[in-house]
Write a protein that binds this ligand. Sequence first.
Ligand SMILES: Nc1nc2c(c(=O)[nH]1)N[C@H]1C(S)=C(S)[C@@H](COP(=O)(O)O)O[C@H]1N2
Ligand SMILES: [Mo]
Length: 245
Amino acid sequence: MSNVTRRKLITTGLATAAGAAGLAAAARIADRYGLIPPEGARLYHPGETLTYASHRLLARQSAAREFARGQISKDPFPNHAPPDGDDYARLRAGGFAGWRIEVDGMVANPTSFSLADLRSFPSRSQITMLQCEEGWSFIAEWIGTPLSEILAAVGTLPQARYVDYYSIQPKWRQSIDMADALHPQTFLTYGMNGGELPEGHGAPVRLSLPRQLSYKSVKYITRLTLTDRITGYGGKGRYSWYAGI
Ligand SMILES: Nc1nc2c(c(=O)[nH]1)N[C@H]1C(S)=C(S)[C@@H](COP(=O)(O)O)O[C@H]1N2
Ligand SMILES: [Mo]
């Protein structure tokens, strides 16, 4: 091997090694600052990592756009497959008086909330866009209680890092991390466009997460569990965990 090709071989090798080491260092730093979504070690899943990292970096409080009342969509589309079984029908027939939202896991005071309980917390409204992963969207006013109010009331323990949430429809189980759970635009939503939340849109209560694709905005919420790890979520494989937009 001539000197020139040998030198070229070494410099190429060094550059490659430096590149790999650089990537590994970047991965370590990104991980240390909580910039890699917890869905596996996904520095190599650039889209997901980028939205997660930029949401976390952008003041840690990046907000979804809010719209004017006149921009509310005329015909919001309920992507609706009604909950099957008798339970939902029975609860609806009773005006949802018997509906409960259990909050348990890593909390000081596990609590079962009725809708009346929920309504006794501060009520907020926001006009935001619901954006489905399939490409359609609409703008609506969402009325509810910031999830942070509920988490404060039950005494979230410091080791809690995620909120798992469950629907009366078992396959719509999802999870978010504490940054999203405590975000001021994250609501437990019970009203829409000035009225009650319609059945098709998740009555009596759904999550609203306007910074994420709307499959995270689970309808017919029955339970929230605080955990220190992601224990599972619906649509794994088809839907990514974070889904930031
Ligand atoms: N329980 C439950 N939550 C759900 C769904 C569902 O079918 N069941 N669909 C999800 C999807 S994919 C979308 S796009 C939105 C649709 O919200 P909408 O019905 O209010 O339009 O709800 C999300 N939350
Ligand atoms: Mo969707």
